[in-house]
Design a protein around this ligand. Sequence first.
Ligand code: ZN
Length: 331
Amino acid sequence: MKDLIKKLTEVYGPSGYEHSIRQIIRDEVRGYADEIRTNTLGSLIALKRGKGKGKKVMLAAHMDEIGVMVTHIDEKGFCRFASIGGLYPLTLLGGRVVFGNGTVGVIGMEEKHFERGKTPPLDQFFVDVGAKDKASCPVKVGDAAGFSRPFEDLGGRLVAKTMDDRVACAILIETLRKLRRCAHDVYFVFTVQEEMTLAGAGTSAYGINPDMALAVDVTDTGDTPESNHMAVALGGGPAIKVQDSGMVAHAGVKELMVRRAEEAKLPYQLEVLAGGTTDAMAIQMVREGIPTGCLSIPCRYIHSPSEMVDYGDVENSVKLLLAILSKSIEL
Ligand SMILES: [Zn+2]
């Protein structure tokens, strides 16, 4: 799976600009799904039909990534930007971004206004694409860029931009490929615009109207020096969400996930995330409510250009999804 994770994480795809990553995922699921379609807003839905009297299950992983959008270009060709998703100013200076047309930019900062010991606000940063002036600038207002950073295999741990949430896209693809003896109709949904509005998840869930849904996304950890208190660690197994700042997981779904993990003797952790949410928030509020849970992959340095996951957690996430899908689903 490492090759697949490398392939997916290095692709360009800020929220609203998922065309390239969607095409790559479409190629990866071809031949394994019974039906593949793209819906109105651009989410990709691969359906694997069940054999028997099962339920309608939706799995969601988002294809989009955080990034920057050009808001203004000055006479010298420096680009000011708005954030696409949550950007931390601390992670920006000296970083590189890449635009849809291949233009690479370096993130610089207003030196004059820098106060030692203080993190500058986002509006004191700019992107330098190497232009001599405004007229020759190769990007324009409204153009979007993502971080530019190669995947690295550190052995047990993997680092890349967009582990959030391409690692979950890889987990869904691998689950689809390995799924045998399943009674349920499983909709593998690769959603758009999670980092901005969760628009892909809610609209896809409305169309599918599943009996149960799981978002698969990364979550924070509490295992780095002087980190916030959080009982999730890299390598401790997939995390089963109890609650985050946008949703309370459906109790029946959460208990089903715990039960299947214990039966399969898979390691797992219970997740309570103080800040942040996932596609699960939008899915559970569709129609009269969809029973929704979330399987989280522990990840360090989320929303930085170097997001780190444990490969064992990734493999165990696939195993847990297979354990859930291969048995009956009673909530
Ligand atoms: Zn995410």
